[in-house]
Design a protein around this ligand. Structure first.
Ligand code: GDP
Length: 203
């Protein structure tokens, strides 16, 4: 996958602030600190997203527009927005986390016909496969009816044995196999690009 262009477009505070230009969105959702900003920077090879940004932001979504070439099936030039939604999990306890996710993301997912959310990447920390907040977020995302895929971040931090055990547990808890990635070492990033390409071509 060749990244022809990648830029930060806007930090939308409500759904009206999101450009309605027909380019599909792939949303990134996950607990705060799961590594969303780092993944965006690793995918684009540009320092677009601020890592470890302050918690408790009021924004709805940070939007990054990518122009790409190639991908599965040899598609030519294509564009996608990565929509980085606020991380959940500041509050303790699963219910609070999901209420928080719902509150901050609802108006984005309910954006109507102005823009098309092609799918959601649910990022989870590979070191913590058993979190109730992630399982509840997965249920909440499924209720939106959108295509959800699970991405396990920071896989470089696990030993081989932990990796097998944690990926197994994630699959049981979240209902599908997780794609293991490391923004640091680069593992899985090509597969993640393919996933984004496939999601963005969903109708
Ligand atoms: P965000 O809150 O989801 O945007 O999380 P950040 O991207 O700011 O990452 C949180 C922390 O995890 C930072 O200290 C990153 O350096 C670290 N981190 C993110 N991705 C990886 C990874 O793939 N491997 C390792 N070892 N650390 C990572």
């Amino acid at each position: 996958m060749k990244v022809l262009d990648a830029c930060f477009v806007t930090s939308a505070v409500d759904a009206r602030g999101i450009p309605a230009d027909g380019i599909p969105h792939v949303a990134l959702v996950g607990r705060s600190n799961v590594g969303k900003s780092t993944v965006i920077n690793a995918l684009t090879r540009r320092p677009l997203a601020r890592t470890s940004a302050a918690a408790g932001k009021t924004r709805l979504a940070n939007l990054y527009r990518l122009t790409l070439e190639g991908g599965p099936g040899g598609i030519g030039r294509w564009s996608v927005y990565l929509a980085d939604l606020p991380g959940y999990g500041y509050a303790r306890g699963g219910d609070d986390s999901v209420a928080e996710l719902a509150k901050v993301s609802e108006s984005y997912f309910a954006g109507g016909t102005a823009y098309r959310v092609a799918g959601v990447l649910h990022l989870v920390d590979a070191r913590h496969p058993g979190l109730a907040s992630d399982a509840e977020a997965a249920d909440w995302l499924d209720a939106t009816g959108l295509m959800r895929r699970v991405v396990a971040t920071k896989i470089d931090k696990l030993s081989r044995a932990e990796r097998a055990r944690n990926l197994g547990e994630l699959e049981r808890k979240l209902g599908m196999p997780a794609l293991p990635i490391s923004a640091r070492g680069g593992e899985g990033l090509d597969d993640l690009w393919r996933l984004i390409a496939n999601l963005s071509r969903q109708q």
